[in-house]
Design a protein around this ligand. Structure first.
Ligand code: SME
Length: 310
């Protein structure tokens, strides 16, 4: 399949490039300056914040391995979409956030993710969405900056970077394996071993009323969970992820192990849009899971579901 390009302004392009280059299906990245007014700007000129440019990452990807939806969702993991002209330590119009397309066929997918994000934030986003008007690559010293300078400034959080590596591994692990149990078994093993969780596994929709235990890693677990029951059944019923900071505060939580303190459950959807299974991860510490876990695990489960249900 033919490669495509999309342009993301996500604050300082050093960290943004470092994140995008790790994602599965991303075949190349290039940092530069987008949608400004002067020809061939230098980093120093853009730094004056008078040229109208945004620090931007050109992401080249293979759409058969990662979708534009997944890429755009990943973009929202690493920015604060409510912050105008400020990301991390950086301030100025050159650090504004934006999604710039070169293919008008991409607009609908971008708009859909954007609208979901706006609903979730319950606020108007400060993120531009426009066609790419111009893009000039930055000087060579800024390309792959965080590979050249491992201790360089990076505003993308470490957890997001670890998940990006994990997504790449997961994607090649499950690619072309259409067997539900086999894919779930290796996905649970990879997540569990890499992230050192307490319990990592799947509950699979058995019929209209209950989930049944699927492949997992960790202590023995309960066999069956009713629709709407516990955290897993609640996630199934809501068709949405559920993050629980303290399981004792979650009404109806099902304690398979008394050592479990916090939990995240992420649904897997079939092509018809119905929940087919849920990923359940438990931690033996309070408040282990945050928005980065939820968003990156949602992308991970979209990759897994894409292999086994589509
Ligand atoms: N705690 C889950 C049940 C499964 S175990 O955590 C493995 C729940 O409340 O749904």
């Amino acid at each position: 399949m033919q490669e495509k390009k999309i342009y993301f302004a996500a604050g300082c392009f050093w960290g943004a490039e470092h994140f995008f280059r790790k994602l599965p299906g991303v075949t190349a990245t290039l940092v530069g300056f987008a949608n400004g007014s002067t020809p061939s700007p230098s980093y120093r000129e853009v730094y004056t914040d008078t040229t109208g440019y945004a620090e931007t990452v050109e992401v080249t990807y293979d759409p058969s391995r990662i979708s534009l939806t997944q890429l755009t969702e990943a973009f929202f993991v690493i920015i604060d979409p409510l912050s105008l002209n400020r990301q991390g330590e950086d301030e100025g119009t050159r650090y504004r956030t934006g999604i710039y397309w070169v293919d008008s066929e991409d607009i609908a997918l971008i708009e859909a993710v954007y609208a979901r994000e706006e609903m979730e934030q319950d606020n108007t986003l400060c993120v531009e969405k426009e066609p790419l008007r111009n893009f000039y690559p930055a000087e060579e010293e800024h390309q792959d900056y965080l590979i050249k300078h491992a201790d360089g400034y990076c505003h993308v959080n470490l957890k997001a970077l670890r998940y990006a590596d994990l997504l790449k591994e997961l994607s090649s692990l499950v690619e072309g394996v259409n067997d539900e149990v086999a894919v779930m078994a290796n996905t649970a093993a990879l997540l569990h071993e890499t992230m050192k969780f307490f319990w990592t596994g799947f509950y699979i929709v058995a019929d209209d009323t209950r989930l049944t235990l699927g492949p997992f890693q960790g202590p023995v677990a309960c066999y069956s969970i009713g629709f709407g029951k516990g955290v897993c059944g609640t996630s199934w019923k809501r068709a949405a992820s559920v993050v629980v900071e303290d399981v004792e505060q979650f009404p109806g939580h099902i304690a398979c192990s008394s050592a479990s303190r916090s939990e995240i459950v992420v649904p897997l959807f079939g092509p018809e849009g119905l929940v087919r299974a849920v990923l359940d991860i438990d931690s033996d510490r309070l408040a282990t899971f945050d928005d980065t876990d939820r968003r990156m695990l949602e992308i991970a489960m979209a990759i897994v579901a894409g292999e086994i249900y589509f």
